[in-house]
Each structure stands twice: as C-alpha cells, then as structure tokens.
Design a protein around this ligand. Structure first.
Ligand SMILES: [Zn+2]
Length: 698
C-alpha cells in the first residue's frame, strides 16, 4: 500500500514537472505576447493557465503511473534494485515525453509542418531527462541522502534551462532554422545520455568535476542554434540621394480599396481620406498576390512572386535587392514594425533594415505550444471571462512609430505593417458599439477558430462548411463585413495620430507618407470569405495614397502595380533603381505628369489552384495553371466580375493570353540572370542586350 502511494506521488511529480516545462514555455510566451495588457488581465491569464497546466500535469502523471506499474509488473524484482530504479525512471520520463511529443506530432501533422514536428520532438528527450531526474531525486531523498540526489536535481535544472533557452530563441529570433532545430534535438539527446551516466554517480570530487564539464558542454551545445543565424550583410554606401525625403510606409493588411472611405464612400476613414485629398490618390493600384507574404516580398523587391516562389520554397534569391537595401546603400536609416507574424522568420524580407521587429501576437502561434484541447480551453475561458481582447498590435505599432519619430535619424524609411483590418475581426469596444446586430456571432470573429482547419489546408468549399458559413444569414455576413470596416476605422484613428506627430515634429515638408495594402479581402462576392482563392478585384485592388513633402494633390486613374512602388520611390528621392527590378516607376504621376495605363499582372501561387491574371484595357483574364480553366471579364460592363465571357470573346482572350506569354518570357529571362547556373546561354545574351539597351549594363 505504501509502495503504491510512493509510485502515485512519483507519477504526480513527474507529471507536474512536465506540466511545468510546458507551463514555463507557455507562461513566458504569454507574458511576451500580452505585455501591455494590464495587470488584471495578466493575473487572470496567470491563474487560468496555472489551472490548465495543473490539469495537464495530472494527465501526464497518470500516463507515467500506468507505465511504471506495467514495468514493475513485467519485471517484478527480476533485476537488481538499482538497475530497476534507473530503468523505471528512464521509461517513466520517456513515456511522458513521448506522450507530449505525440500530441504535438498529431498537431504538427494537421499543419503538415515538419519543422514544427522537430520542435515538438524535443520534448521526448526533455521529458526523459526530467522524468529520470525526478526519479533519482525521489528515491534517494527517501533514503535520507540528499547529497546523492544532487545529480538528479542538476538534471532537472538543465532540463529547465533547455526549455527556457528554447523559449528565448523563439522570442528573440523567431522559429529556428532546420539546422538550429536539429542542433537542439542533438543537444537534448546528449543531455539525456549524460543524465543516465550521472545518475549512476554519487557526489564526490570526481563527479563534481564531471558534472561541471557536463554543464559546460550542455550550454555550449545549446548555443548551437545561435550559429544558424544568417550573417549580417554589409552595405557599402553608394552615394547620397538627390532628394533625401523621409518615407513612412504604412501597410494595412488585407485592406481592399473600397474599404477606404474616399474610394467608395462605404466607410468613414477621415484621416486616410485626408492623406488622399492632400496627396496623390491612385484609384487603380493592384497588388501582385493575394496574401501577405508573397505580396510584400513582391512589393519590396519589385519582382513578381514567381521569381522567389519555387515549388514549396518561398525564399528570394540572394542576388536580388529589396528597396530597404537600396535605401541603406544611400544612407537611409531603416526600421520596420510589423504586426503580421507571417513576415517573421528567415524570409529575407528584413534585409536592409537596421531594426525589424515582428510582433508575434498571433493567436495562431499559441498553437505551436499548445495542443488543441488546451487551446480550446483557453479560447472558451477567454470568452467565458470576457477576455475577448487580443493584444492590440495596432496601438503597439503606433506607439513604436511615435517613439521613432521623436528620436529619428534622417533620412529614414519606416515601414509600419498594421494587422488591421485583417481577421480576427475584433475592433475596440467604441467601434463595436457603432454596429447594430442581433445574432449569435461574437467578436473576435475568427475564421481560425481552433475547431477548424487552418485556411490554407482546407479546400475552400470545405472551409466554408467547416466554418459554418453555409449557415450564416445575410445579416450575419453583413455583420462580419461591418466588423472588418470597423477594424479599418480604428486603424484610421491611429494613422491620424501618426499624421499629427509628423506635423508637430515639423517633418511634413520632407517626409512622404505612403498608405497601401498587401491585398484585399473577400466577402462572398465569389462565394468565399477571406483571401485564399481567386484573383478577383476584391482581392488585388488595393488602396495607394502618397502624401507629403510638397507633393501636389492629384488623382491618378491609370492602372499601376504595387511592384512599381520601389522604382518610383527611388526616382522620387533621386537614386538609381536596381536594374533587376521588374516594376516601372510611375513617378511622373506624382509630379502632375501623366503616365500611360500599363497592363497589370498578378499571381496566385498557393493551393487550391495556381493562377495568373492580367488586367489590360477593359478586359481581365484569369488563367488556372492546374486545370487550364480560364475566366474572362469585361470590366466596363461587368466591374464586379460576375459573368465569365471567356468562351464568347475569343479575340480578347487571345490577346490577353499573348500578354501573359510575353510576361512569362520576361520572367524566364530575368530568372536566368538571378540563377545564372540554370541559364541557357542565348537567354543570358538576350537579357544582357536588353539591359545594355536600357543603360544598366556597360
Ligand atoms: Zn496580408
């Protein structure tokens, strides 16, 4: 009976330690995410998570108990007591670790993300080491021999250190590279092996030496991921801009053009409208992709998305130059404050920035550290306690912008990437009160509710059904649209603060503010909500406004592409553009001149179907690359793209297809330059000739 009690206590201890490790990760992460949310919020979150992790620990303990019982039953006194102690400790720990890892593995599989799986695999050796350490501590402490328990205590301390460092890496530098992850797995494996050796020792001078050496190597191994950091690039100063204007580059994530008041009169955005009235308003600007990552890479590198999306790889080639890098070479101070976590990690998009901070606020990231059950409980608890407010990244980024503008070094390039009006639709209370709605939906309305698959994994129609969209009434749908518009009104309020700051610091005369978006958002215009399918205008027609620095007010009707922005900025401040950039400057339009309407291209490179789009004259053609299906719309007669006339207007379709073919050829030529090893000689020659004709090559 006493023996059983001992085992029970042991199992609970292992469970709670494992729970604590996860708890430590969760808590530090939560504090990082929720800082600035006020003490009462943190306290409630703290107590809540304490309860949750205690319950989780009890679950682990139970698994351990079963494992130990099973082992004792099978081995009953067949092995020497000491050996049994070692084995049972190890098995208990490993079982618990595997249990945690399995949970995460199942979860990682849902996301088809093996990188995450590697992170979670760490828990197997961590669990094994912790369980083993506990077992040694407990058994030896029972024998009234505290000294003998020391190695066990040390193992525990190292396990905790390992977890803490893992968290630290995450917080400081985002997801580790694959090498970094492998290094962590290797390090934990070594720690575990050393733990087993140490468990065999009692405390003596010799063992103290070995312990110290062990601790040293453990820490050394743990620092391996730091070496996986991309080496900092050096930027030679190439010269001085002729017109060194400061640039504040504001992106409103997922903001479709007609959500801005001045574009369609459907929303009240007085501050953005003011920028448009006093500056240059581009009525027909189009993004080159329908989601953040590809669109921003394209905009900032002035290259079409397919130049850096290769199969499943999304990395830009090393020999391209982002606008920030170009500006850096001409003496700019560059800073980025980014509210969309997807722009973190090693995408290369931070190249050229002196400081680039990605706020990892996103609830989706909680999934990395929590199994669905826990997350769901968090979610329910949040709702139950009225803790519906996700961290307000819009306020956080604005505060950082204010600070930057107080202590700026000029000339500067400040990229403020706001998550609003992107989902989860969760406007502050005063904006919520403006919306009249009777129904069951409650903000934050979040298509990524943990009950559902992430948007990119589910087939769009399946996603609709899963999200219960099929059950939504028009009233509910309007409510979602209203929440989205309110999200933008809140951002507009913050943009007002930024404009006032620019003016009060006397910066308006030498600073341009650019207001733009990476892509739009669908509200069932073509059956879907969100921004995962199609290349319809509600997804790629984005706002573009350029204000300040003495620019004369103007309205530009001609089509421009967002990737034209980088060469335009270069011309505006008087530096040469990078010859590789595919965009064409529309600078004359900023200077009361005229530009010709050029065809606009876009690419949808994600599932469920890769697509290409060209918009020229009164027609727009979308081509599906897998199915070969094409859609043609007459934008003059049918601006909402409701009637596909592909089979009726074969001459228009043929002409636009030829434009796509030309564009493909152009991309292939540049491709051969960016990846010279793959280039065919005649392609290289042709490209060089053209670059020479443009004066880029001598
Ligand atoms: Zn976006």
């Amino acid at each position: 009976m006493r023996e059983r009690l001992k085992i029970l206590v042991f199992a609970a201890a292992v469970g709670s330690i494992l729970g604590s490790i996860d708890y430590l990760i969760g808590l530090s992460y939560a504090i990082y995410e929720l800082r600035g949310q006020g003490l009462s919020f943190l306290l409630v979150a703290f107590v809540l998570s304490q309860l949750l992790y205690a319950a989780m620990g009890a679950g682990f303990g139970l698994v351990t108990l079963i494992a130990v019982d099973l082992y004792r039953f099978l081995r009953s006194a067949a092995a020497p007591a000491e050996r049994q102690l070692h084995l049972s400790g190890t098995i208990a720990g490993t079982m618990s670790g595997i249990f945690v890892a399995l949970l995460f593995e199942a979860y990682a599989k849902i996301h088809s993300n093996w990188g995450l799986f590697l992170d979670f695999a760490l828990f197997i050796p961590i669990g094994a080491a912790a369980g083993y350490g506990i077992k040694i501590c407990w058994d030896r402490f029972l024998k009234n021999f505290l000294g003998a328990a020391m190695p066990g205590i040390l193992i525990l301390a190292l396990s905790a250190l390992l977890s803490a460092m893992f968290v630290l890496f995450w917080v400081l530098k985002g997801p580790l590279s694959i090498t970094g992850r492998l290094a962590m797995v290797f390090a934990t494996g070594v720690i575990f092996a050393a733990s087993v050796l140490m468990g065999r020792m009692s405390l003596s001078k010799k063992s103290a030496g070995i312990t110290a050496a062990y601790a040293f190597f453990a820490v050394l191994l743990l620092s391996l991921p730091l070496w996986s950091r991309e080496p900092a690039r050096k930027y030679e100063v190439l010269g001085k801009p002729q017109n060194p204007l400061n640039i504040i580059f504001i992106i409103a994530d997922a903001c479709r053009a007609d959500a801005v008041g001045i574009y369609a009169g459907k929303n009240q955005t007085p501050n953005i409208d003011r920028l448009a009235r006093e500056g240059v308003l581009f009525k027909n600007a189009y993004s080159q992709a329908r989601w953040t990552f590809t669109s921003m890479l394209s905009m900032l590198s002035s290259l079409y998305p397919s130049m850096f999306v290769k199969g499943k790889t999304f990395l830009p080639p090393n020999n391209i130059e982002f606008i920030a890098e170009r500006l850096k070479a001409y003496g700019y101070r560059n800073q980025a404050e980014i509210g969309n976590y997807i722009l973190g990690g090693s995408s290369g998009i931070h190249r050229g920035f002196d400081r680039a901070v990605v706020i990892r606020h996103d609830y989706r990231l909680q999934r990395l550290f929590s199994c669905p059950v826990i997350l769901k409980t968090h979610y329910l608890a949040r709702r139950f306690l009225g803790l519906s407010q996700l961290p307000d990244t819009t306020a956080m980024i604005t505060a950082k912008a204010m600070k930057f503008l107080d202590r700026r070094d000029e000339p500067f390039f400040l990229w403020l990437h706001f998550m609003n009006p992107h989902d989860p639709y969760n406007p502050p209370d005063q904006y919520l009160r403006e919306i009249k709605y009777r129904g069951y939906l409650k903000p934050p309305f979040n298509p990524f509710d943990p009950f559902h698959l992430p948007e990119d994994q589910a087939h769009p129609q399946e996603r609709d059904v899963r999200l219960g969209y099929a059950l939504l009434t028009n009233n509910d749908k309007n409510y979602m649209r209203d929440l989205y518009l309110a999200q933008l009104r809140y951002l507009d309020e913050k943009i007002g603060e930024i404009i006032r700051k620019v003016e009060s610091r006397g910066l308006a005369k030498n600073t341009v503010i650019i207001f733009a978006a990476d892509h739009g958002e669908q509200f069932w215009e073509h059956g879907q909500q969100g921004h995962s399918t199609g290349l319809y205008d509600e997804l790629i027609h984005t706002p573009l406004i350029i204000w300040g620095a003495g620019l004369k007010p103007g309205i530009v009707d001609q089509q421009v592409q967002m990737l034209d922005l980088a060469p335009t900025l270069a011309e505006l401040i008087g530096i040469p553009p990078n010859p590789v950039w595919q965009g064409k400057s529309f600078y004359p339009a900023l200077n009361r001149g005229t530009i010709s309407s050029r065809p606009v291209f876009a690419e949808g490179l994600q599932m469920p179907e890769e697509m290409q789009m060209v918009r020229a004259g009164q027609y727009k053609l979308i081509v599906g690359l897998f199915t070969g299906r094409s859609w043609l719309f007459d934008l003059k007669k049918d601006p909402l793209e409701q009637r596909d006339i592909y089979s009726e207007k074969s001459s228009a379709a043929k002409e636009l297809k030829a434009r796509i073919a030309d564009w493909d050829r152009e991309k292939a030529l540049l491709e051969s330059r960016l990846h010279p090893s793959k280039a065919r000689p005649e392609q290289q020659k042709e490209l060089d000739e053209r670059l020479r004709a443009l004066g880029y090559l001598k």
